[in-house]
Design a protein around this ligand. Structure first.
Ligand code: ADP
Ligand code: X2W
Length: 304
């Protein structure tokens, strides 16, 4: 690249670039040494160009002193593999009913191909990423998810059986601290290990929330394929408190797949995470905009 600036337009472009860099400096200071847990959803990782930008942003965060921890999903990718293998799959309340055969496929796709793709992409742009599943080092110790539901006909409460769907019981922060000390970026597949060595399929949002709380993250960033939480007029809500979020669930403004997402965020901010942001993973460099500018993107949820 030549160091000569050829004309006025070019000079203006470089000045803007310099301005952006100086604008980022206070944020780099503020977040140096802090942990950002980034949930990278299966829908957000569909586009190869965006996947490369994501990898670059994660490597850059690490380079400037933030400690990024990536927790990935892969719902659509699991669905494709199950279809190829002719295994039927159902969802209840946004969670995949997971029998023995399904959990093997889930682990293969999440801890195998997807995890290594993300690791390879980050390493290709100069980061040092290490792929782990919740089984490695006992990182995510899980138990069978027990969710109470009320039968609409009999009005009797029962426990929903989703098979090998798990919920985190304990996240071992030591493993992540060791990787941080060694300058490595953890890339975590949301697979948990049970008390008897069972494999559990954990919703990636839930896993990211539990990890963020366990390490006392400064931010939990949830990359999805909507711009954030929308109000009843379908406009973006930039900021929410836990109380306001509960009201929006109660009045039906927040519904469907957004409910477990905001619940994860509320849980995280009530358990030591400074703030959680639901943001659009389809926007190039959404992570950098959130971390290094005062024009955050998406919806930020705080405790109060
Ligand atoms: N108030 C709301 N604001 C934004 N999205 C909402 C809202 N209520 C329901 N949703 C739905 O939640 C979906 C996001 O959840 P989901 O599809 O489970 O995300 P992911 O696959 O990234 O985990 C949106 O696509 C939208 O259809
Ligand atoms: C229990 C459960 O539903 N697990 C999810 C795990 C992957 C995931 O959560 O991926 P996304 O973030 O891309 O949706 C599943 O089997 O699809």
């Amino acid at each position: 690249m030549t160091r000569q600036t050829r004309n006025f337009a070019e000079a203006k472009h470089w000045l803007r670039t310099a301005h952006t860099l100086t604008e980022a400096l206070p944020f780099m200071h503020r977040y140096s040494g802090r942990t950002f847990v980034v949930k990278y959803g299966g829908h957000a990782m569909g586009d190869p160009e965006l996947a490369q930008i994501f990898a670059r942003d994660i490597a850059l965060m690490k380079q400037v002193g933030i400690n990024p921890v990536v927790v990935h999903g892969g719902g659509p990718q699991i669905a494709r593999m199950l279809e190829r293998l002719n295994v039927k799959s159902d969802f209840i309340d946004g969670l995949r009913v997971t029998d023995k055969e399904t959990v093997e496929v889930v682990e293969m796709v999440l801890a195998g191909s997807i995890n290594k793709e993300i690791v390879t992409a980050i390493n290709a742009v100069g980061g040092t990423a290490i792929g782990v599943s919740g089984k490695d080092g006992g990182l995510i110790q899980a138990q069978k998810l027990r969710r109470r539901v009320r039968d609409s006909d009999s009005n009797i409460e029962k426990i929903l059986d989703l098979g090998f769907v798990g919920e985190p019981r304990y996240v071992n922060p030591q493993i992540l601290a060791s990787l941080e000390t060694a300058g490595m970026i953890p890339v975590i597949a949301p697979i948990g290990v049970g008390p008897n060595g069972e494999t559990f399929n954990i919703n990636a949002d839930t896993a990211a929330g539990a990890i963020a709380s366990a390490v006392g993250a400064t931010r939990l960033l949830m990359l999805t394929d909507v711009i954030g939480v929308l109000d009843s007029q379908k406009e973006l809500i930039p900021d929410l408190t836990v109380q306001r979020t509960r009201e929006l669930i109660a009045d039906g403004t927040i519904s469907g797949g957004m409910i477990p997402k905001v619940e994860t965020c509320m849980n995280a901010v009530e358990n030591g995470v400074d703030a959680a942001v639901i943001m659009d993973g389809r926007v190039p460099h959404a992570l950098l905009l959130e971390a290094f500018t005062d024009r955050g993107v998406g919806t930020m949820i705080r405790r109060t």
